[in-house]
Structure formats: C-alpha cells, structure tokens
Design a protein around this ligand. Structure first.
Ligand code: GLA
Length: 654
C-alpha cells in the first residue's frame, strides 16, 4: 500500500541543534513522513565559490532518516548567495521598467544568465553527488516556484537569448514577419538582432511579439530547471520535481512544465478574504490533476494564516482539514505545508506553520496531529484516480493573449469567465477536469470553452470533430477569435468556431460596467453583448434589451451526433448560468446528486467518496452504501456530515 506524503518545508538552519531533536520527535508524533529540506540554504552550504559546508545537512539528514522521515531534497537556487551577486552583477534581474533589482531577498536573478545557470547546475550536482544515493532522499525539489518574482528578465543577456529563441523557432526573419504581422505600423525586422524585448515602450507593442516573449520567458525557466534536473539524474534515481503555482501564476505554462517533472507538485494558498474561497481551492486542485494527468502532490499550503495578503485571516477550526482533504479528494497523494516550524526571524515570521510559535498546546498543532492520523487511515486513497465527465478548456496562452492591451473591453478577463463556469458546476456537484484545447476530448460528455479567445486551427478542428462525433460543446463569447500569433482568424468572428457553432458575429457590443441586458429565457448578462447571425444554429435565448435586443443570446447547433451551444454574454450561477449548464448537463447525460446543499462538496476518488461540508449545519447526504474510512461506521442510508466536517466512505455498493 502506498502512503500519503505528509509534512512541510523544514528549515533547520534557522534553529539551534537542540531544536532539531525536538522537531524530529514532533514529526513522529504528527505522522510526518516527508520534509522539504534545503530549499533556501545556498548561502550556508556554499559559503564561498567552490567551498562547501555540508556538515549540518549531513547530521540533519541522518536524524530524519533514523526517525523514518523521508527527505524531499531541495536545491537552493531560488535564493542565490550574496557572493554570486557580487562576483557577477550581471545576474541581476532587470524588470520591465529597466531597473536592475537589488539583493537582500530571493528570486531577483535573470533566468538566462550563464553565470547564474552555471552556479545552479554546480550546486545541484554537488548535492546530488553527496545525497543522491542516500536512502532518506525520496524526492528532489529543484528550485522554488520558478517565475515567482522573475517571470521575465529584460536585460541584454535575456534579449540576446530571446533573439536566438526566435531564430530557432522561425529560421527565417521573413517567416517571423509574416507570423507577427509586422506589416502593421511597418514594424518589419530585417534580422533577428533588431528585435527588442518588450520592455517599457509606448502603448501598442506588437501582440505577437508579446506572446512569443511570454513563451520564451517560460522556456528560459524550463531550460534552467532542466540543467539541474539532468545534473541530479546523473547521481540519483529519485524522482525530480519543482513546485508549481497553479492557478495563481499566469506566466508559467504548466502544460509544458508538467512534461518536465516526475511528479507534479503544487503550492496553493487560500485567498483568505475571498468569499467561497474553497471553490478556488478545488479549481486549483483540479487543474493540478489535469496537468499531471493523474495523481499529484500539494507541496505547500498553510495550516492557518499566510503573511502576504492585505489581511491575513486565520483559518477557523476544521478549515485546514477541509482544505487538505479537498486536495486529497481531487487527486493529491501528498499534503505538505509551508512550513514545519514557524520562523522567529526573517520576513515570514507571521506565517502559520505546523508547529506555531505557541508550540504544541495549540489548536493548530492538535489539528496537524489529527490530520496526520487521518492520512494514515486513508493510505488506500493514494494512487487512485478521480473521474470526471465534464472538461473545461484551459490554456495559459489564451490567458496571456486575452489580457494584452487594447481589447474590446477590460472586463474580458480569463479567470473571471473560467471561474464563473467552474463555480456553477461546483455548486451543482459536478466534478470537472481541465483540458488543453488540443487534447483528446472524446472521453468527456460535455466540454466547456469559457475563455478560448486564442484557439489554434488544430484545436478548432479537434473541437469540431468532437461535436460531430457526438460530443457536447458549450462556448462562451469572444472565443475562437485569434490564432497563436494573435491574428484574427479569417472572415467573420468567431473564425475558428463559426462552422462548429453554426453562426457568425456581425458586431461586438461590449457593455458598460454593471448589470447588463435581461434575456427572454430568464437571466441577465453582463460585460458583453454582440450581434449573432444564425447559420445553422437555433436561438434558445434572445436578448430582451440592450444593443442586441431581439437577437440571439444563447444558441444551439446540432452537428453530426452532437451539440454546440454558444453564449453571447456573461452569465453567472444566479443569473442564468445554473439553468443553462443544467440543460447542457442533462442533454449530455451527466448525473448530479439532488437535494444536497450547494456548499457540500461530493467527490469520488477511486472507491472513496469524500463529503466535505463547508456550511456550519449538519447535512444528510444520500447513499451509496459505504464504510466510513476513518471510523469504520457502516452507512446504509443518508450519511450525516457535521457542520464544517468531512466524511469519507469506501463505497461497498453503487
Ligand atoms: C511560497 C514560497 C514559500 C513561502 C510561501 C509563503 O509558496 O514557495 O517559500 O514563501 O510562499 O506563503
């Protein structure tokens, strides 16, 4: 039987040796079986170039190993030592405004700098040589949060690397001119070295240049990761990963990253003040599972408050448990925290931890110990799959493109639409996968494209085939508009999806801020209206008012064996989206439980059924028959779930 990995970032270098002994004892008490070590210790283990001091690390690894605690071995490259910055000032990150960033913090480095990359590969290799075969080392944790504060660097080295990246991608400058549409404003290039990084400039920088810059910057970080991964692999058989920031990092394309790691590891922090923040957590978990293509692990979440939000609200009793078990329900095989012991020093001392400043006579510690106990009993969950019949399309490139400047409305936001659809499905107890637009979608009953502004011809062809083959596709406005270079697909909008949807759009009518037009079918739109012209589709809802009064707002196109729906305005759960999705789910044959309150999460993972009650009232959730995975109670009828509680059953009969 596999185990669920449980633990957190462990920074013993901040503590005297006697505390290490207490740490290890408490780790055993809490059921901790994995800690991330050495994520930020470069300045300690390499005090001067080529001089190493591994004495403390050697001792702490032995202590952990003796206690049966595995090591997720960090490489400390997110926080380069001050000697490196001093010897090589050119490694400093240059920001969009052209300022070279000072030290005193972490991450302020250029991801393409040869001096930095050499030093990173070297320290990774030294660590792997020393610890690669150590039986405690179960996993490698390269770097920390690639792209966190240095997603893109605008220094001359990066600019030259960008030019080379473009030369490799296009081969010929005229191919680039064509792809980028440089005839516009006559921004033609005659050689790759004429191309500048899109640093601060007058408005209207070529959007195709900006998209390739994002791709290049993402690739620069991937290349930097690969150097370390490959250095480690020369000395160690243990899997290698790095921690992602899904979905809150816009800049890294995690579809691409997921191919580079042995296990997907994700960091997620609740947005404390956000209403219904547990839905955003679920979305993060579902997206992490999607990029992983199966089980994944939480590398960091928090036991209670963080320290970097405007008001760092503490988690209430039971909230950490609900959060952790929601990740588990949605495919996580590991639940790790930042961090093990709350720091006394430095900039994160007001961040919660598994061991709070107040020690073990605290609610947080008791909940940490209880969760560790639960996870031991839930070991059978590890490695099992979550099944979903509905997919939402997610593409970082579409996010990048949609939010470039000079769009028809600044209210066209990528996550806004994805979250509207995700939230409504969540409240209807529908588990969703996320999928790349070019993925094989044939296994899904319903596919939703809430924000596919950028859609390649290949993706459009696949979506068309999916519908013709009997699939159900629901597309929201301003999707299928441009290709991978932000060029409008030929002809009327939405060029990539016109035939699939059986319609074309004559004119966009973005709306002023606030509530928008009512629909005759019920509900009310926001943000967007447009003049839809039917060409095969039928109208199933019409704008009752506004610039497109009397014209289609919701349409359905029967194509081959399937259906393609279109929504020409922004609906939300309570303003028409619940009903629209309900119709699409019914047509697609997606079953949902009835009579369960909205804020009770129901997730199937393997033979396990997770019931997570985010309300403060006890609820009774209908069968199937199951055995409580934590206390062995056999449930034959409705299953009571206490307010704020979690019940997990092993299904014994469908
Ligand atoms: C990030 C980092 C950690 C820590 C936490 C605090 O996720 O990876 O090192 O700074 O944030 O929330």
């Amino acid at each position: 039987m596999q185990t669920i990995r449980y633990g957190g970032d462990y920074n013993p270098e901040q503590w005297p040796e006697e505390t290490w002994h207490e740490d290890v004892r408490l780790m055993r008490e809490a059921g901790v079986n994995l800690v991330s070590l050495g994520v930020f210790n470069w300045g300690i283990i390499e005090p001067a170039p080529g001089e190493y001091d591994f004495a403390d690390l050697d001792r702490i690894i032995e202590l952990l190993h003796e206690a049966g605690v595995g090591v997720d071995m960090g490489t400390p490259t997110a926080s380069p030592p001050s000697w490196l910055r001093r010897a090589h000032p050119e490694i400093r990150l240059v920001d969009h405004e052209g300022r070279a960033l000072a030290g005193g913090s972490r991450h302020g480095v250029c991801p393409s700098s040869p001096a930095y990359l050499d030093a990173c590969a070297n320290i990774a290799e030294r660590l792997a040589e020393r610890y690669g075969a150590h039986p405690a080392v179960e996993l490698w944790h390269v770097h920390n949060e690639y792209g966190w504060a240095n997603a893109a660097c605008y220094c001359p080295v990066s600019t030259a690397a960008f030019q080379q990246w473009l030369a490799d991608a296009y081969g010929d400058i005229d191919r680039l001119n064509d792809a980028w549409g440089t005839a516009f404003w006559g921004l033609v290039y005659r050689a790759f070295d004429q191309i500048e990084a899109p640093a601060i400039a007058p408005p209207g920088v070529n959007p195709a240049l900006q998209l390739d810059w994002k791709r290049f910057s993402n690739d620069a970080h991937i290349a930097s990761y690969r150097l370390q991964r490959d250095a480690i692999a020369r000395h160690s058989q243990a899997p290698v990963t790095t921690n992602f920031m899904i979905p809150n990092c816009e800049d890294m394309d995690y579809w691409r990253w997921a191919k580079e790691v042995d296990v997907v590891a994700n960091n997620h922090y609740l947005i404390a003040e956000r209403p219904e923040n547990h839905i955003e957590l679920s979305m993060s978990a579902d997206l992490a599972r999607a990029v992983a293509g199966g089980p994944w692990m939480v590398m960091e979440h928090s036991t209670s408050a963080v320290n970097w939000q405007p008001r760092n609200l503490a988690k209430g009793p039971g909230e950490m448990r609900r959060n952790s078990l929601a990740h588990l329900a949605r495919g996580a095989d590991g639940l790790m925290f930042f961090q093990w012991r709350a720091s006394r020093v430095g900039s994160e001392k007001f961040h919660s931890a598994m061991v709070p400043h107040g020690g073990t006579d605290t609610r947080v510690w008791r909940e940490v110990v209880d969760l560790g106990g639960d996870l031991e009993r839930l070991a059978g969950v590890a490695g099992t799959d979550v099944e979903a019949e509905v997919a939402i399309l997610w593409d970082w490139e579409s996010w990048w493109a949609l939010e470039l400047e000079w769009r028809p409305s600044e209210d066209l936001r990528y996550r806004e639409r994805i979250e509207a659809y995700y939230t409504s499905l969540w409240k209807q107890h529908v588990t969703v996968d996320f999928a790349h637009p070019e993925a094989d979608l044939s296994g899904y009953r319903l596919v939703i494209a809430p924000a596919s502004y950028l859609l390649t011809a290949e993706a459009a062809k696949r979506l068309h085939g999916y519908v013709e083959g009997g699939g159900n596709l629901l597309v929201s406005y301003f999707s299928g508009i441009v290709d991978e270079h932000d060029a409008v697909h030929p002809g009327a909008h939405p060029g990539a999806l016109r035939e699939t949807l059986g319609l074309w759009v004559e004119e966009f009518h973005p709306l002023p801020e606030g509530a928008g037009p009512a629909l005759d079918s019920g509900g009310r739109g926001r943000i967007w209206s447009e003049r839809v012209r039917l060409d095969g589709a039928e109208a199933v809802g019409v704008f009752a008012e506004g610039p497109d009064a009397g014209h289609p707002a919701l349409t359905r196109h029967r194509l081959g064996g399937g259906n393609a729906w279109y929504v020409a305005t922004a609906l939300d759960h309570t303003t028409g989206l619940r009903e629209l999705l309900g119709d699409a789910l019914d047509t697609a044959g997606v079953q949902r439980p009835t009579g369960v309150p909205e804020h009770v999460e129901i997730i199937r993972r393997g033979r396990y059924r997770f019931l997570i009650n985010h309300t403060d009232q006890e609820v009774a959730v209908p069968g199937p028959r199951g055995v409580d995975a934590l206390d062995g109670t056999v449930h034959t009828g409705d299953i009571p779930v206490p307010g704020g509680g979690v019940v997990i059953t092993t299904i014994i009969e469908e």
